[in-house]
Design a protein around this ligand. Structure first.
Ligand code: AVJ
Length: 312
């Protein structure tokens, strides 16, 4: 069964139409996302990098408050360029029993298994390719050490506002007393600043969004004419929702593995939410999910926050 095909047809046969943002990240999508992160307008990466490269000692102090050794598990590590600062800090203090990066991409896991030992030679690295919660439970079965789960990069923003607390609760219930999570959130800020990050002047985000259609053409024998769609990003400062759409610029019919999909002129296909939070919303949701104490690490502009939550 081809999950990609099933999900694409389901989304494009719904009203209104949508596509799942997890499908952005094929090889081309990974490259485009790297270019977005390197762009001037996408402030998120620099902000979180500043936090990890200047406050790693404070973060390490906080996670080692009630323990001297832990397993570090990372959801969606990418190339680990941010977490490596914390991993090195903890490794110097001989505080890591093991590092367990978990990603859907086998390529990422292979890359980390090969490259991280050079940077943190004394830390055992066990990469897992698969779904976050399944792999987390696999890690819990092989080791009873205290756990620190990293979920960085504002990836949590891909959950809708009302889905996020459900994810936090699920995370809480997959962990034990005194385990911790460290989550990166993009904060609400000037709406123009946010919108520019999702509508950059070089057009990387536009290409990133349109690549989803190219991927359907490549992998599912689709016949999208890419020029007949445009990228549209919007930010609603009243609820913190930053959304991306692909807009059909004309009436058209597209074939995907023999299934016909009709698009009306100006019809939107919703492709991604990047939800922004206030620090108070984060605190409220964390408390409701059953996390006890909290420590916040902001960048100097207060664009971004990495929050450590402790299971009571
Ligand atoms: C990787 C989900 C955090 O939502 O900011 C960047 C993806 N989309 N530009 C984000 C993305 C458009 C990014 N996350």
């Amino acid at each position: 069964m081809n999950q990609f095909l099933t999900d694409v047809l389901k989304g494009l046969q719904s009203t209104p139409k949508y596509l799942d943002s997890k499908y952005f990240y094929d090889k081309k999508g990974d490259e485009l996302f790297q270019q977005i992160m390197d762009s001037d307008e996408y402030y998120l990466t620099n902000a979180e990098m500043e936090i990890f490269s200047t406050q790693q000692a404070g973060i390490a102090d906080e996670v080692l408050k009630n323990t001297h050794q832990l397993d570090v598990i990372e959801f969606g590590p990418g190339d680990a360029t941010k977490s490596i600062f914390l991993l090195k800090e903890l490794a110097e203090r001989k505080a890591i029993a093991g590092y367990f990066p978990i990603d859907i991409s086998k390529n990422i896991i292979r890359f980390l298994d090969e490259n991280l030992p050079k940077q943190i030679p004394d830390v055992p690295i066990h990469g897992y390719a698969g779904e976050y919660f399944e792999m987390l439970s696999a890690v819990r079965n092989i080791s009873s050490n205290r756990k620190l789960v990293l979920f960085l990069g504002a990836n949590i923003g891909n959950f809708k506002f009302n889905e996020m607390p459900v994810f936090l609760q699920k995370l809480r219930h997959s962990l034990s007393e005194h385990d911790m999570v460290l989550i990166g959130f993009d904060l609400k800020k000037n709406p123009r600043k946010i919108l520019a990050a999702y509508d950059d002047s070089e057009g990387y985000t536009k290409e990133f969004n349109l690549n989803l259609l190219s991927r359907i053409n490549r992998e599912l024998q689709g016949n999208f004419v890419i020029d007949h769609f445009e990228h549209y990003a919007m930010y609603d400062p009243s609820n913190g929702a930053c959304k991306s759409f692909l807009i059909s610029t004309q009436n058209q019919t597209v074939q995907i593995r023999g299934t016909e999909i009709n698009f009306e002129k100006d019809e939107p296909v919703f492709t991604e939410i990047s939800q922004k939070y206030s620090i108070n919303e984060i605190h409220e949701f964390a408390q409701k999910a059953g996390f006890a104490s909290r420590a916040d690490f902001f960048d100097s502009h207060h664009y971004f926050v990495d929050v450590i939550l402790r299971c009571s």
